[in-house]
Each structure stands twice: as C-alpha cells, then as structure tokens.
Write a protein that binds this ligand. Structure first.
Ligand SMILES: Nc1ncnc2c1ncn2[C@@H]1O[C@H](COP(=O)(O)OP(=O)(O)O)[C@@H](O)[C@H]1O
Ligand SMILES: [Mg+2]
Length: 278
C-alpha cells in the first residue's frame, strides 16, 4: 500500500506525549500497533489516523457507558444490533435505526413503545438509552413505579420541586412499565407535573403494555390521562409492537430442548437434531 518507513524514536515519543496531553488513552494504547503497521506499509496515513481516533472513541464510549450504567441506573445493556427484527415484523427497522441516530433528542421529541409483555419494549428503550449515553448525553432510567415512589418520598419530605427539577435535567429519561401497577391519584398528579415540565424541554421514552385508550384507567383519571397523552404525542414517535413474546419463544425453545428424545447412536440421528439452527 504505502512505502515501508520506520517512525523515528523521537517522533514516536512526541506522539505519545501529545496523546497523553490530549488525554487520549485509547489512542495511546493503540499507537504502537498502528505505527508498526504503518511502518510496515500495511496502513496508509489516513487509515492510521482513523485507527487512532477510532481507538480513542471506542474507549471513550465504553467509559461513558460505564458511568451511565451507574448514574443512569440502566438495568442492562441492550443494543439495536442484538434486536432480532425478523422475530418482530411489526417493528420497522428504518424507524428504529433513525431513532438511534438520536435526532429526536435534539428536537426534544418523545418515543412511546407500546405492546404486550415480552415483545422487546424495554430492550429497545434500553438500546436508545445506551446510544444516548455513548453520545455523552445525560440519561436516566426508571420504572414508573420507582419514579412515583421517589416523587412521593420527595413530596413527603417537602422537597418535591427540587426533585422534579433534577428529573427535568437529563436529556433522555426512560420511564418503563406504564400500566403494570395501579397508580394512586396523587401518583398520577405527580407524574403529570413531571411530564409537563419535561414537555418541549427534554425527551422521554415511555413503554406501556396498555394502549392509550386504556391510560385513563391506568391513571385513574380520564381527563388527566387525556391531557398527558396530548402533551406526549404532540412531538412523538410511536412504536406499536404487535407480536409474540420473545420470552415465551425462549421458554418454548428451552422446553423443546428439555423434551427432546435422548441422543441416538451415530448414524441414526433424527433430522431435528441435525437442524443447524439448534
Ligand atoms: N426481537 C428481539 N430480539 C432479541 N431479543 C429480544 C427481542 N425481543 C425481546 N428480546 C429479549 O427478550 C427479553 C424480554 O424483552 P423485553 O424488552 O424485556 O420485553 P418487554 O419490555 O416488551 O416486556 C429481553 O431479554 C430482551 O432482550
Ligand atoms: Mg419491559
């Protein structure tokens, strides 16, 4: 590719010092290998630069994610790459890929993931949280039940407003599991206050196993639910997942494996056991 050419020791030292000065430990770690390949003519100068910067970004994103795992309270790391679109044809890959470019956060729009249990709502909400955390944005993950507990605790301690202010701050908030547990009237009011504050100020991703038409019942107040939905859907991407539970698929697979006939002697194996997808 390029002509072999040994990097002098002094240039190598200057590069090390510069990368250390710029606090680029990922690039610093990759430097020797990149220079070796560049000296051997395996890498062009632009590719060598690209590899160094790439090493820096990879390490930086991993660190951001580690920090976010603690501060954003992400319960697990899920990514779009792990999401099997063929299992969930109602989920449009283009819509999800476009959401993962995070323009919706810039535009302060919301995302609502709706669907029955096990279809991947939390998975997709988490993968958006991971992408946002990697991009250096402040993220906060909570279930609706935990959120309401924390708001009610703050209210009881006379610190509701500061608590709400803290919760308005993250540029992405995930509120998981709307509709699973009953909500008190006070809880619904606190949630409404928070969402009114975040409205047009920062993005929220919500997941629910109940369609909007059932939210009146979930929040115990049709009017409040209508006002909430009105704000939510004003700038909103709705992902309606109509499909089968991935959990049930996993259970079914496990059950099938457990109930498989015992292995037969070589040469007499059934077709099922030879299935490469197993
Ligand atoms: N289409 C999918 N591809 C890969 N994994 C999936 C898919 N849908 C769900 N899962 C996995 O199945 C489990 C249940 O999904 P989850 O997102 O918790 O469902 P929900 O929040 O809709 O109840 C999780 O471990 C999730 O990562
Ligand atoms: Mg879930």
């Amino acid at each position: 590719m390029t002509r072999a050419h040994a990097t002098s020791a002094s240039l190598r030292d200057r590069l090390r010092a510069q990368l250390a000065d710029l606090k680029m430990p990922g690039a610093l770690e990759a430097l020797d290998d990149v220079l070796r390949r560049s000296d051997a003519g395996e890498l062009s100068a632009p590719t060598a630069i690209e590899q160094l910067l790439g090493a820096h970004i990879t390490l930086r994103n991993a660190r951001r994610l580690q920090t976010a795992m603690r501060s954003a309270r992400l319960p697990a790391i899920k990514t779009l790459a792990d999401f099997d679109f063929s299992f969930q044809p109602s989920v449009k890959r283009e819509q999800l890929e476009s959401l993962h470019t995070l323009g919706f956060i810039e535009r302060k729009e919301n995302v609502v993931l709706l669907g029955p249990p096990g279809v991947g709502k939390t998975h997709l909400a988490l993968s958006l949280a991971v992408a946002a955390a990697e991009s250096g944005r402040r993220v906060y993950f909570t279930t609706l039940a935990d959120l309401l507990h924390s708001l009610e605790d703050a209210q009881a301690a006379g610190r509701l407003l500061p608590r709400i202010r803290t919760l308005v701050f993250p540029s992405l908030m995930i509120i998981d599991e709307i509709g699973y547990l009953p909500i008190t009237r006070n809880g619904a009011m606190l949630f409404f206050q928070l969402m009114s504050r975040r409205y047009e100020h920062a993005s929220t991703v919500l997941t629910s196993n109940k369609g909007f038409e059932e939210w009146g019942e979930v929040f115990g107040d049709e009017l409040m639910a209508a006002a909430l939905i009105d704000r939510l859907v004003h700038h909103c991407h709705i992902v309606n997942i109509r499909g089968n539970s991935f959990r049930l698929r996993q259970h079914a697979e496990l059950a099938r494996r457990l109930h498989q006939p015992p292995p037969q002697p070589a040469g007499r194996r059934s077709r099922r056991q030879e299935d490469p997808a197993e």
